[in-house]
Design a protein. Structure first.
Length: 334
C-alpha cells in the first residue's frame, strides 16, 4: 500500500514538472490563444449574433492562409525565406481546377495527388536553385515567384475551372458539432500528420540546426544543402495544400496570386517564429492566422475602412516584434 502511494506521489510532481516545461516552451502560442479568446469575446460584444456559422466561415477563409503560413514557417525555421509561396498556390490551384472541371468525382483523387506532387517538385526546384547558385534565398524565390505566376496564367488566363464536390465538402460545414468547422479539422489533420512526426525525427532536428547555426550544423555532420532543399520541398507541399484549399473554398482556380506570401510572413512573425531561423513552430503561426482574420472581421463589423484595417494589422505586428525583441534582450542579459 505504501509503495503504491509513494509511486503516485512521485509521479505527480514529475507530471507537474513536465506540464510546466511544456507551458514554458509554448508560452507564446498559449498567449496567442488567450488573445484569440479575448478578441472572440470582443467580436461577440460587437455582434451578439456571431455564432457557429460565422466561426465556420472564419475557418474556411483562414484555411489557405494557414497553409501558406505553415509553408513559410518551415522554410524560415531552416534559415531561409520563400517569396514564391503565393505564386505556387496560384499554380497548383489553377492546375487542380482545370483538371477537375466537368470530370467525375473519382477523377479528382489522382488530380489531388498529382497536384501535391507538383508542389513537391516546385519546392525542390526552389531549394536546388538556392543551394546551387548560393544566391540569397530572398532573391531566388522572388525571381521564381514570377516564373510560377506566369505558369499559372498559362494554365488559366482567367478565373475558372471547377472543384470536386467531395473536396468542397472537406472544408465546408462542421464535424460532430456546429462549433467544430470541417476546415479547422482538415487543417489540423494535415499539419499534424506531417509536422508532428517530422518535428521528432532526425530531419526535423536538422532543420532547426541549420536555421540556428549553419556552420555549426555542418561541422556536426548535418547535410546542410539537402536539409535546405528538404525545407523548400515541404514549403512547396504545403503551398500545394494551400492551392487545393483555394480551389475547394472558392470552387474555381484563380491564376493571379493573392497576398498570401506577405500575409504568411506576417503570421509567422506574430506566431513567434524567428526570421533569423532555428526557433519557432507551426502552431503559433496557425493561431496567428486566426487572430489576424478575426481582427479584420471586427474592423469590418465596426465599419472601418479596409485600408485602416491593414494599417492596424501592421501596427499589431510592429508591436509584437518589439515585444518579442524586448523579451529576447532580457533573456540574453539574464
Amino acid at each position: 500500500m505504501s509503495a503504491a502511494v509513494d509511486v503516485g506521489t512521485t509521479e505527480r510532481p514529475e507530471l507537474m514538472t513536465q506540464m510546466r516545461r511544456w507551458s514554458q516552451r509554448n508560452s507564446w502560442t498559449l498567449a496567442l490563444l488567450g488573445l484569440f479568446v479575448v478578441i472572440l469575446l470582443i467580436t461577440y460584444l460587437i455582434q451578439p449574433s456571431y455564432g457557429a456559422a460565422q466561426i465556420q466561415g472564419l475557418a474556411i477563409g483562414a484555411l489557405p492562409l494557414a497553409m501558406a503560413a505553415v509553408a513559410q514557417a518551415i522554410v524560415v525555421i531552416s534559415g531561409g525565406i520563400d517569396l514564391s509561396i503565393g505564386s505556387m498556390m496560384a499554380l497548383t490551384s489553377v492546375t487542380a481546377a482545370a483538371l477537375m472541371k466537368d470530370q467525375p468525382e473519382t477523377f479528382a483523387i489522382p488530380v489531388v495527388i498529382g497536384v501535391l506532387v507538383l508542389g513537391l517538385v516546385l519546392g525542390i526546384i526552389n531549394g536546388v536553385l538556392v543551394v546551387i547558385t548560393r544566391v540569397p534565398d530572398i532573391v531566388v524565390t522572388l525571381a521564381m515567384s514570377f516564373v510560377w505566376a506566369g505558369a499559372a496564367l498559362l494554365v488559366l488566363h482567367t478565373p475558372g475551372g471547377g472543384s470536386a464536390a467531395w473536396l468542397r465538402d472537406s472544408v465546408t460545414g462542421s464535424i460532430g458539432s456546429d462549433w467544430i468547422p470541417s476546415a479547422l479539422v482538415t487543417l489540423l489533420i494535415i499539419v499534424g500528420l506531417i509536422w508532428i512526426p517530422l518535428r521528432r525525427s532526425t530531419a526535423g532536428v536538422a532543420l532547426y540546426a541549420v536555421g540556428s547555426n549553419r556552420l555549426a550544423a555542418f561541422r556536426s555532420g548535418v547535410p546542410v544543402g539537402r536539409t535546405k532543399i528538404f525545407a523548400y520541398m515541404l514549403g512547396g507541399l504545403f503551398s500545394a495544400f494551400g492551392g487545393l484549399a483555394l480551389t475547394a473554398t472558392t470552387g474555381i482556380g484563380t491564376p493571379v496570386p493573392g497576398a498570401y506570401t506577405l500575409l504568411g510572413v506576417a503570421a509567422i512573425v506574430l506566431g513567434g517564429v524567428s526570421l533569423a531561423g532555428g526557433r519557432g513552430g507551426v502552431a503559433g503561426p496557425i493561431v496567428a492566422v486566426f487572430v489576424l482574420a478575426l481582427v479584420r472581421t471586427d474592423l469590418t463589423l465596426l465599419g472601418a475602412n479596409s485600408n485602416l484595417s491593414t494599417v492596424i494589422q501592421g501596427a499589431i505586428l510592429i508591436g509584437v516584434v518589439m515585444f518579442g525583441s524586448l523579451l529576447t534582450m532580457r533573456r540574453v542579459r539574464a
